[in-house]
Design a protein around this ligand. Structure first.
Ligand SMILES: NC(=O)c1ccc[n+]([C@@H]2O[C@H](COP(=O)([O-])OP(=O)(O)OC[C@H]3O[C@@H](n4cnc5c(N)ncnc54)[C@H](O)[C@@H]3O)[C@@H](O)[C@H]2O)c1
Length: 329
């Protein structure tokens, strides 16, 4: 069954459920559900295993070796999707003040995903490299059959006052956080256009909604991600490609929980920790949290990858303990 047909048949099911409910009440509707679900459960790429929301789909996640990318990969895999983890996995990037993933992280991530019972490719590559991304997406389609969901997640952070940043500091964060997202989209679009379907989910930040004196360059890259994602939504809507953005608040990952960022955020504390930072930030938040966990963000990404959002594009969705409630719109 094609993906389009799958969507239609789910819609048909729910309208037949509605009709059954009106005619026979709740028991009739339950019988109608029972009569259609097994038929769906037996179709698709793997008829032997129970069908899940993303069974038969393939998800490509940049920066998938750890943090939000890995949590997303786990969530999408639990929903039945095969996974491609695309990550630079080089341990260090010049002009980035904290360690990034290495080979061991990428291999451990692949093992974690495979343990969930789906296929997983781990591809070492840089989102700044057009050819590498093009090759990785082509390999995805040839080995896993399709490219259905792309999560443009790879990103780096840096902190300091505007006056401190060198040319090289500015270039590295723009090249990864903005150009990398654009190249990821350009590499994915031809495959998704051919399929006439696809989801691209962009990871911006709560800082992509406001100004911030401690993360001025990073903040501007995260605004750029939103501007680009909305442009992609407008461009590719008629090709069946939906483009939405998740804007996480502070998340417990090594991008934030590292000595470089913590010292910048808590300059007066001789022993800054992520938990202290979270407690400090909680005071200003509508919900009683100072940070989110990676799984909180991953669940929102799953929502934008799944059947609940087939008619949604160009949206920005915050996972940020209510912080966006203070913003203008
Ligand atoms: N952690 C937070 O508080 C937070 C908040 C808002 C938004 N975000 C965004 O979420 C995304 C993921 O961040 P995270 O917190 O999981 O960080 P992380 O550092 O834990 O993970 C980022 C991953 O991206 C990979 N990566 C970095 N540069 C790359 C490149 N050039 N090519 C390919 N892979 C590369 C790293 O190796 C790493 O595995 C980023 O875009 C970040 O800006 C994070």
């Amino acid at each position: 069954m094609t993906k389009e047909k799958e969507t239609v048949s789910l819609e048909q099911q729910s309208s037949s459920n509605r009709r059954a409910f009106m005619k026979f009440g709740a028991i009739g509707a339950a019988a109608a559900v029972a009569s259609v679900v097994p038929a769906v459960a037996q179709t698709g790429k793997d008829a032997a295993s129970p069908r899940k929301e993303l069974s038969g789909k393939t998800s490509f996640i940049t920066g998938g070796a750890r943090g939000l990318g890995l949590a997303t990969a786990e969530e999408l895999a639990r929903a039945g999707s095969d996974i491609v983890l695309y990550d630079i996995a080089s341990k260090a990037i010049p002009n980035v003040g904290y360690a990034i993933s290495d080979d061991a992280d990428l291999q451990a991530a692949k093992a974690k995903i495979e343990a969930l019972g789906v296929k997983c490719l781990a591809i070492k590559g840089d989102v700044r490299d057009r050819k590498s991304l093009n090759d990785a997406m082509a390999r995805t389609v040839s080995e896993l059959g399709s490219l259905d969901i792309v999560v443009a997640n790879a990103g780096i952070s840096q902190a300091g006052s505007i006056d401190e940043f060198t040319d090289a500091d500015i270039s590295v964060v723009y090249d990864i956080n903005v150009k990398g997202v654009i190249l990821t989209t350009q590499a994915a679009a031809p495959h998704m256009k051919k399929q006439k379907s696809g989801r691209i989910i962009y990871i911006s930040s709560g800082l992509g909604r406001v100004g911030n004196e401690l993360f001025p360059i990073y903040t501007s890259t995260k605004w750029a991600v939103i501007g680009f994602a909305k442009s992609a939504a407008v461009t590719y809507g008629r090709d069946g490609i939906l483009c939405n953005v998740i804007a996480p608040g502070l998340a417990r990952t090594q991008l934030a929980d590292n000595p470089y960022i913590l010292k910048k955020m808590m300059p007066n504390d001789p022993n800054p920790t992520f938990d202290k930072l979270s407690a400090m930030l909680m005071a200003g938040n509508p919900l009683p949290y100072g940070h989110v966990e990676p799984v909180d963000v991953a669940k929102a990404i799953l929502f934008f990858a799944g059947s609940a959002t087939t008619k949604v594009t160009g949206e920005v969705f915050d996972v940020s303990y209510g912080a966006n409630a203070r913003n203008v719109a």
